[in-house]
Design a protein around this ligand. Structure first.
Ligand code: ATP
Ligand code: MG
Length: 410
């Protein structure tokens, strides 16, 4: 992508109405824009990051057999009355159309997927299966001050699984745990993200959250120094032992929930009478699990963890580009000309490149490069040309080095 053609621009100043670091950095670097509290646009650069996160999640969901679909966001009131959540869910957006008919905007999708599953499940032979989507959710969040960590409209991956018995549910639950662990590792925040025991509601002893340690977090977790598993403060404030390894030494930190996995069991199959016939022909309730990840929240959490005083430091797999190629235009324009050729060459070899071809000074280009946070910066100037090389610097390292162009093409 040519930086001169990008319709968005970086900002020198942090927006005054944002307290959260993720929003401040993402807006300054022109990855997102705030339309109003809790509602953000993903601009071209931010959209590239979002798509990378989506790709990682999709690959890991497909790898455990999740079948992707897309459920509607506009729901009939009746479905929400059936589960009691039309009344009990405080943050549900309710709409009335011109004819007086009422609807809910999808805050979550049990109310849609369970009646859908009912059309296709009748026998034990139809189970197990799991289905997921990546889609906008709407919630009237009271506090929307955390940038893209807490939106009123936000993108979620929600997976739902359907089983004959608890054994089958539990084994799939562990598979999802593995997939989530891989997702957060690939997103570059594996070390900061902890598998956390949380409230199971009335149907289970526990649910589990994936909590990323950051000062911007809204939850308090106690992390086992031995196995890194954590307990959410909301469940067992007085518990001081690790539930997984009996470790006694817990460290208390603020964290943000980037994902969760929840054994719903029959909580939603009951109201919709989602049942199957077992081998003996007896009707049995279908057991369910649900598993969420907020994509915007995940992107915000990455920014909260991966930054320095100069800007964002994107982990490789989610970065908008692999290279940020910077041409320092000298008197004769030779560096710009050669950079243009190198840009084409890099693209031809399958690399993703942001090419700063703007007619601006080196200082401004370097500042913007640090703010944007592309992992590898290449500089071509009269000086590097003299050496017959280019300068390479990783965003997360101090020192640069001179390397041959061929070394970057491979
Ligand atoms: P929280 O306790 O932070 O409000 P939640 O328990 O309401 O989260 P779920 O309903 O389980 O969250 O949603 C699944 C995932 O969706 C969460 O793990 C989180 O990553 C994401 N998520 C939830 N609410 C929001 C929001 N308002 N904005 C962005 N992402 C969200
Ligand atoms: Mg919530």
């Amino acid at each position: 992508m040519l930086q001169s053609q990008l319709f968005t621009k970086t900002r020198k100043e942090a927006p005054k109405d944002e307290v959260a670091k993720n929003a401040s950095l993402l807006i300054r670097a022109s990855f997102v824009d705030k339309l109003h509290a809790g509602v953000y646009t993903y601009l071209p650069l931010g959209f590239l990051v979002l798509k990378n996160i989506e790709k990682i999640i999709r690959e890991e969901m497909n790898a455990i057999g999740g079948q992707e679909l897309l459920l509607p966001a506009l729901h009939p009131k009746e479905n929400w009355e059936k589960t009691g959540r039309w009344e009990s869910m405080d943050d549900l957006y309710k709409l009335t159309d011109g004819s007086g008919k009422e609807y809910a905007l999808g805050a979550t999708h049990e109310e849609v997927i369970v009646p859908l599953a009912k059309q296709f499940v009748s026998s034990y032979k139809d189970l197990p299966f799991s289905a997921y989507q990546i889609q906008d959710k709407f919630r009237a969040e009271l506090r929307a001050k955390s940038g893209i960590l807490r939106g009123r409209e936000f993108i979620m991956k929600d997976l739902y699984s359907f089983h004959r018995n608890e054994e089958d549910l539990n084994s799939f639950y562990e598979e999802v745990r593995g997939a989530y662990t891989r997702i957060f590792k690939r997103c570059g925040i594996g070390n900061e993200t902890h598998y956390t025991f949380a409230d199971g509601g009335s149907f289970s002893d526990y649910s589990h959250e994936f909590q990323t340690v950051t000062e911007a977090g809204e939850d308090i977790i106690h992390i086992c120094k031995g196995c890194k598993t954590a307990i959410n403060e909301e469940v067992i404030a007085e518990q001081k032992d690790c539930p997984e390894c009996d470790g006694k030494s817990l460290e208390t930190r603020k964290a943000i929930e980037v994902g969760n996995i929840f054994p719903l069991k029959t909580k939603y199959s009951d109201p919709f009478e989602l049942t199957y016939k077992d081998e003996a022909g007896k009707e049995q309730p279908v057991l369910m699990g649900c598993y969420g990840i907020g994509l915007g929240r995940l992107m915000g959490a990455i920014v909260e963890v991966c930054n320095d005083e100069n800007g964002i430091i994107w982990p490789d797999e989610v970065a908008p580009f692999e290279y940020h190629l910077i041409a320092i235009s000298g008197g004769d324009g030779e560096a710009m000309k050669q950079a243009q050729e190198f840009y084409e060459e890099l693209k031809q070899k399958g690399h993703t490149v942001l090419f700063d071809d703007r007619d601006t000074g080196a200082g401004e280009k370097f500042k913007d490069a640090d703010l944007l946070g592309v992992p590898k910066r290449i500089v071509m100037s009269a000086k590097t040309l003299e050496e017959g090389k280019v300068e390479l610097k990783r965003r997360d390292e101090e020192d640069s080095q001179l390397v041959a162009r061929e070394d970057l093409l491979g």
